[in-house]
Design a protein. Structure first.
Length: 206
């Protein structure tokens, strides 16, 4: 190794003795801090929830974990992440969970956006949200909430926004919940005017 290094430098000023002396030199505080930072960044990006962090969020997370602004800088985090080959996820555009139908399907708003009830199973409110997956794409969750108890009485997860895959199973579960308690009479089901909720199969079930 010393011979290779000698050949690489004009004049051959690196010697075997100098190389051994270099290897025995104690690690500086700066170098030790550098390695500790790299380890913390690697551990952070092995975590499911923090693996998507870019250098800005990684920097602030390091500060929250006890590193001080005098010990670590944002540009330093950027360089270390490049050195380690880790990067944040590009979120891109959020998916649309609600695609408005051309008409309301003849279904009026019976609660005038007043989401309160005097007893359980008098008003159920339906909605769809999404969760970004670490590996790819999105997972969608449809849920139906009882307006009185705030309890989720029906829900389902799917990677598709088709009515049969996402909205209908949640509705079926909510109806079973209400029928077991024999409280379907007078129950109001509220949702937005998304195509899933205005579809024929969903409307027939309601």
């Amino acid at each position: 190794m010393c011979q290779v290094l000698n050949d690489a430098f004009v004049g051959g000023f690196i010697t075997e003795r100098a190389y051994r002396a270099f290897k025995k030199r104690p690690v500086s505080k700066r170098a030790a801090r550098h390695e500790a930072l790299k380890r913390d960044i690697e551990l952070m990006h092995e975590d499911f929830f923090m693996a998507c962090y870019g250098y800005r969020k990684t920097y602030h997370q390091l500060l929250s974990q006890g590193w001080s602004a005098s010990e670590v800088g944002r540009d330093q985090v950027y360089m270390l992440m490049r050195e380690l080959g880790v990067q944040g996820s590009f979120t891109g555009k959020a998916p649309r969970t609600t695609r408005p139908a051309r008409s309301s399907g003849g279904r009026p708003d019976l609660v005038s956006r007043h989401f309160q009830a005097q007893a359980p199973n008098r008003l159920h409110v339906a909605a769809i949200t999404y969760v970004r997956l670490k590996s790819w794409g999105f997972s969608y969750t449809a849920f139906i909430t009882d307006a009185y108890s705030r309890r989720i009485v029906g829900w389902t997860c799917a990677t598709s926004l088709k009515t049969e895959d996402i909205a209908l199973p949640a509705l079926n579960e909510a109806l079973v919940w209400a029928s077991i308690r024999d409280t379907t009479q007078g129950l109001i089901h509220h949702s937005d005017h998304g195509v899933q909720y205005i579809s024929r199969v969903y409307s027939q079930r309601v």
